[in-house]
Design a protein around this ligand. Structure first.
Ligand SMILES: *Cc1c(COP(=O)(O)O)cnc(C)c1O
Length: 500
């Protein structure tokens, strides 16, 4: 029986039997006609299969797993615009509760039922823009009152700052004065930082959990040295702590460590809710010590249900799901739950670290105390380098970034594996064994060339006659392979330097 294509209704066709999978989708102009929703779903879903698996993305600090109950809460609030505070007063209330809870976690000097000063943001980047603007305005107000010029503000940081600080500096016209790193010391040296402070310094930014190797900077020492300098100079240079990753780690596993509002010069702190705050991408927090640290003229007051809701953000509309999910995590896990998660992460980082040390091939450049991650370099990268290790690990499904350190440690390349909540001990052991395979593969690469060369030399292969010619061929082969490798990793080298 011959069935004419036009006989049956197109809507009953399987997507894969339809024409939609036969034609390529428009990439530049909107198509003239609609396509069925099933086809649109299938085609986009299938193309996305080629993205990496987020769970195996060891490059990122950002949460890739949440409980199904929380997924459900997030999906059911996906159509709520956070900014409509009158319409969604409960969502606003949940964000305020999160601010209070986090401020208390950071030891803000608050009375028992006192409301904290802070705001939910899209991530630490927005949080840092807001904190930076508050410092800039506060400094300007003070300088203007003293009749001094305000045209040259700067922030002192380590050269290990995350790219958002450079963004802030460029967008809001503040100079970044960076303390250079050195081989073996990859965070800001507090003494050098304080030395660089001048009358135009709006703040010193310390990092709790350097993006590059997870190390905590010594905020306490920075505070003490700066107190001294302020006393000598009569300035009152404050500190901001970029606790994007460490803010949800230190309170739980290093509660004695003084890095937060316990230190008098710490005036604001940012943290990424979507890193160790354990929420999917799109949320961060900035908390100020006191009302006085957030200049009033930056705050917009919204009348919400007859009450005053102060707001200070860069954007207007955004989703509510992340705020709701943050509140879920805070009350669902509680102090106990966060502590257990962070301890597990730290223990699994240890498993990975010890496994890597056992290979005898790596130098570990992360610290035991800090963000649970393992940053490591090859002891000998003359034959093969870290970019090649990163490249070959992709074959096993792992995404492990390699990047060079900032000035003055540019000659150091590291690989970094971030241990998140959903990275179990089994996966850590699996990764070590795959790294061993990769090392083995790499060791064999030139060896194969060598084998071919010796075969050629011994006359087993009849390429060339005179031994001089043969040797040249073997060398050329080796060079070709090396060049191919270089080419392969060159692009990646450019791309992986901006890790998040
Ligand atoms: C991740 C990170 C940022 C940027 O945070 P987002 O939440 O991704 O915007 C800033 N600083 C440090 C130290 C970070 O690790």
């Amino acid at each position: 029986m011959v069935i004419s294509k036009t006989v049956s209704d197109a809507s009953i066709h399987s997507t894969f039997a339809s024409r939609y999978v036969r034609t390529s989708l428009p990439r530049f102009k909107m198509p003239d006609n609609s396509i069925p929703k099933e086809a649109a779903y299938q085609i986009i879903n299938d193309e996305l299969m080629l993205d990496g698996n987020p769970r195996l993305n060891l490059a990122s600090f950002v949460t890739t797993w949440m409980e199904p109950e929380c997924d459900k809460l997030m999906m059911s609030s996906i159509n709520k615009n956070y900014v409509d505070m009158d319409e969604y007063p409960v969502t606003t209330e949940l964000q305020n509760r999160c601010v209070n809870i986090i401020a208390n976690l950071f030891n803000a000097p608050l009375g028992d039922l006192e409301t904290a000063i802070g705001v939910g943001t899209v991530g630490s980047s927005e949080a840092i823009m807001l904190a930076g603007l508050a410092f800039k305005r506060r400094w300007q107000n003070k300088r203007r009152a003293e009749g001094k010029p305000v045209d040259n503000p700067n922030i002192v940081t380590g050269a290990n700052v995350q790219v958002c600080w450079e963004k802030f500096a460029r967008y809001f016209e503040v100079e970044l004065k960076e303390v250079k790193l050195q081989e073996g010391y990859y965070v800001m040296d507090p003494a050098k930082a304080v030395e660089m402070v001048d009358e135009n310094t709006i703040c010193v930014a310390g990092i709790l959990g350097s993006t590059l190797n997870g190390e905590f900077e010594d905020i306490k020492l920075l505070n003490d040295l700066l107190v001294e300098k302020n006393k000598q100079t009569g300035w009152d240079t404050p500190i901001h702590v970029d606790a994007a990753s460490g803010g949800f780690i230190a309170p739980f596993i290093y509660p004695e460590l003084e890095w937060d509002f316990r230190l008098p010069l710490v005036k604001s702190i940012n943290v990424s809710g979507h890193k160790y705050g354990l929420v999917y991408a799109g949320i961060g927090w900035v908390i100020w010590r006191n009302k006085e640290d957030l200049p009033e003229e930056l705050i917009f007051h919204i009348n919400y249900l007859g009450a005053d809701q102060p707001t200070f953000t860069l954007n207007f509309s955004k989703g509510s799901s992340q705020v709701i999910a943050q509140y879920y995590q805070l009350i669902r896990l509680g102090y106990e739950g966060y502590k257990n998660v962070m301890e597990n992460c730290r223990d699994n980082a240890m498993v990975l670290k010890e496994g890597l040390e056992k290979t005898g091939r790596f130098i570990i450049v992360s610290k035991d105390e800090g963000v649970p991650l393992v940053a490591f370099s090859l002891k000998n990268n003359s034959r093969h380098d870290e970019f090649e290790v990163s490249d070959l690990l992709r074959r096993y499904g792992w995404i492990v970034p390699a990047y060079t350190m900032p000035a003055d440690a540019q000659h150091i390349t590291v690989l970094r594996v971030v241990i998140r909540e959903d990275f179990s001990c089994t996966l850590a052991e699996r990764l070590v064994s795959d790294i061993e395979k990769v090392l083995h593969d790499l060791d064999n690469l030139p060896a194969k060339v060598q084998a071919k060369a010796s075969k050629v030399i011994s006359g087993e292969e009849n390429e060339g006659n005179g031994s001089g010619v043969v040797k040249k061929t073997a060398l050329e082969t080796q060079r070709e392979i090396t060049d191919a490798w270089r080419k392969l990793v060159a692009d990646r080298k450019k791309k992986t330097s901006g890790v998040c």
